[in-house]
Structures are given as C-alpha cells and as structure tokens.
Design a protein around this ligand. Structure first.
Ligand code: PLP
Length: 377
C-alpha cells in the first residue's frame, strides 16, 4: 500500500480564514443576508472589472443560470448542443421543455464542430448552446456566422471559461449570453454560484427580475421567475477569493507546463492544446490516451486510482448515453463518432493550486512507467 496522501482531480482554493471573519462580521452587523445586498453588488462590480465585461448577473449556481438564460432569450423548440459536456448543459434545455439536438465535436478542440451544425438545423431550431470545453474557446466566429444566417440565438455554457480571453477581450462577450459556474470544483468558486454575462443593461434587468421570482417592485410580478439569487455569504467569499485568484492561476499555469514537458515524450499520450494559449485559465488538464499507449484509458484510470490518484474521466459517459437523452435520434453513437471516441480516451489529471511538485512527479512517473512496459506497471 502506498503511504502517500490521496490526490484528487481538484481541490477548492480557500483564502485565509481569518480574512473571511471580517466579511462575516459585516454581514452580522448590517443583517442583510441576501436579496442583492452590499456584497452581492460589490461582487458583480468586481467580476465585471476582473473579467472585462460590462454587465453580469450573479446566481445561486450555474445550472439555474443556464435555465434562466434560456428563459431570458425566450428560447423554445429545438436547440443544437454538444454531447461532450457536464449533464447540466442538456438538463437546462430539458427543464425549459426544449428538445436538445446533439451535434458532434471537433477532434482537436473537443468543442462543438461548426461544420456539422447546419445539417442539424430544422424549422424548430431557435438557438445553439455550445460549451467552451475545459475553458478552450469554441470557434466563435464560425458559430456566429451560422447563427446569423439562420437567425438563431447563441447561449454559451461558459462554466469552464472564467477569465479566458481571446484577441478581442473576454471570451464571454460572444453570443447572446454566456453562463459561468462558481461551483466548488471550478477555478473561481463561491461554494455554489454562477453568473450570466449580459450584453446590455436592459437584458441584465430582465434577468435580475427572472432570478427574483419575476418581481419588479413590491406589487409587480412580470414573469414566472425563479429564486436564483446568490446569498451575501457566497458573494463575500467570492470577493475575498478574487484577491488571491491571480496567484492561484499562476500556480495552475506552472502545473500545466510541468505536465506538458514531462508527458511530451510518452508514446500514445496527447495533451489537449499546445500550452501556448495566452489567456487560458488552466482549469483542467485533459490527456488523450491513444491506441499507441500500453494501457487503454480505463486501465490507466484504475492504475492511478490504485495509488490513490483520483484522475477523472470528464466527460464519460456522454450526455447522450444517459437514459433521458439516449432515445433521441441525434443521440445515436453513429451521429457522434468523435465525441464517442473522446469520452473513451480522455483522462483529466489533477490540477489545483495546492498540488506540489512531488505530486506532479508521482502522477507523471506512473503514467510514464505504465507506458514503457505493461509488466512493470
Ligand atoms: C459545472 C458545470 C455546470 C453546472 O454548474 P453548477 O454551478 O454546478 O450548477 C454546467 N455546465 C458545465 C459545462 C459545467 O462544468
């Protein structure tokens, strides 16, 4: 048995506890616990600033934010989306009575393949819901061209893309709306939380109504809204954590580089991306275990588990393999060969600010040794 400590795929980043006491004291003093209180307002402003966007509405979690984003845009009928994501992407459609239409992904980026979107458009199609998978931007220009041609909305599930930028600025500015998740496992977390990035003040106002039961004032309800508000305690934690985010992401970047250089020579292992991205967030470290590697993906997954290294098979199974989706015509595996293959070859390695150099060495040595000889492994 190994005497090493277990290594999980991620661990939440926690700022110094003493500093959180100051925030708690303020909440105890002013007795405002929720409903758009001072920390909620401060966090919205601070995130706009950090992300480089103009309007943002905080939510209690990313899934309610996705559900609300679809309501805000009055999306109905069919929506084109990716099977290669966390289930909440498709669930948010289902909760709105919208039919998901699954389209295959690109083998290099693992994002929705724009070349396959047009063939899936029907008279019922009203929108596209792509995911910036692992925080790597979709082909936003190609998706926008298709949306313009067919008069479709675009709602980005940007749950992985906190702080990611491209040449023009924040990647969150693309499409009609983008949705973030601040779940404990994400790069920036508020325990639970999320946000919608809005293009203008009017859209934000509508979304603010929708997340508060549809209330506009004490006596006016304009929509069958939901309770999606973020509490003051979550907002306060976000404000504090934001101060430490730069150093947390800097450490993630070092880990990303260390993995890339150690795994570069391993036959049959491909690291996603080239490590040259200028404004990535290093939220995940996915490797693809190819046919040239000595073990299949699930054998490597198990070998690491036996050493208490809990790498994760994000995203396996595909969304389209779950019972509530698998009967749809677009969910058939022959419609999604690239996604099907990705779900069976990707392994996300541990990456979080507290992972030290010895941990990286342990993880990579096991992968290297198992790749060199099956018997030695
Ligand atoms: C985490 C995640 C969500 C859901 O966010 P929650 O805040 O956990 O509700 C949605 N989509 C993707 C791609 C995610 O990774």
């Amino acid at each position: 048995m190994s005497t090493n400590k277990p290594i999980y795929v991620t661990q939440p980043y926690l700022p110094p506890l003493e500093e959180f006491h100051d925030y708690l004291r303020q909440i105890w003093d002013n007795k405002i616990l929720t409903n758009g209180g001072p920390f909620h307002q401060q966090l919205e402003a601070a995130l706009c600033d950090y992300l480089g966007v103009e309007h943002l509405a905080l939510f209690s979690n990313g899934t309610i934010a996705l559900v609300t984003a679809l309501q805000a845009q009055r999306i109905t009928g069919e929506v084109i989306t990716t099977p290669y994501s966390f289930v909440a992407t498709a669930h948010s459609l289902q909760w709105n009575g919208i039919k998901p239409v699954f389209v295959d992904i690109d083998p290099i980026t693992l994002n929705l393949d724009p070349a396959k979107i047009e063939a899936a458009i029907t008279p019922q199609t009203t929108a596209i819901m792509p995911v910036h998978c692992y925080g790597r931007p979709c082909d936003v220009a190609a998706i926008q061209r298709i949306a313009d041609n067919y008069n479709l909305k675009i709602i980005y599930d940007a749950a992985h893309a906190f702080g990611v930028r491209d040449e023009g600025g924040s990647v969150l500015r693309h499409g009609d709306l983008s949705v973030l998740s601040f779940h404990a496992t994400k790069v920036f977390n508020t325990f639970e939380g999320g946000a919608i990035i809005c293009p203008d003040a009017k859209t934000k106002q509508r979304i603010d109504h929708l997340k508060n039961f549809g209330f506009v004032d004490e006596v006016t309800v304009v929509a069958a809204g939901i309770n999606g508000k973020m509490s003051e305690i979550n907002a306060a934690f976000g404000l504090l954590q934001l101060q430490y985010l730069g150093q947390a992401i800097a450490r993630r970047k070092e880990i990303d580089a260390a993995y890339r250089s150690r795994l570069a020579q391993v036959r049959g292992i491909r690291c996603l991306g080239d490590g040259a991205e200028t404004a990535a967030n290093y939220s995940y470290f996915p490797i693809l275990v190819g046919p040239d590697y000595q073990l299949v993906r699930d054998e490597l997954y198990q070998l690491l588990r036996d050493q208490e290294i809990y790498a994760r098979r994000y995203f396996f199974p595909l969304i389209t393999e779950f019972p509530m989706y698998r009967g749809l015509p677009s969910a058939r595996s022959d419609n999604l060969p690239v996604a099907w293959n990705a779900a069976r070859s990707v392994l996300c390695l541990p990456i979080y600010p507290g992972l030290d150099d010895a941990d990286i060495e342990r993880v990579t040595q096991l992968i290297i040794q198992a790749g060199a000889s099956r018997c030695e492994a």
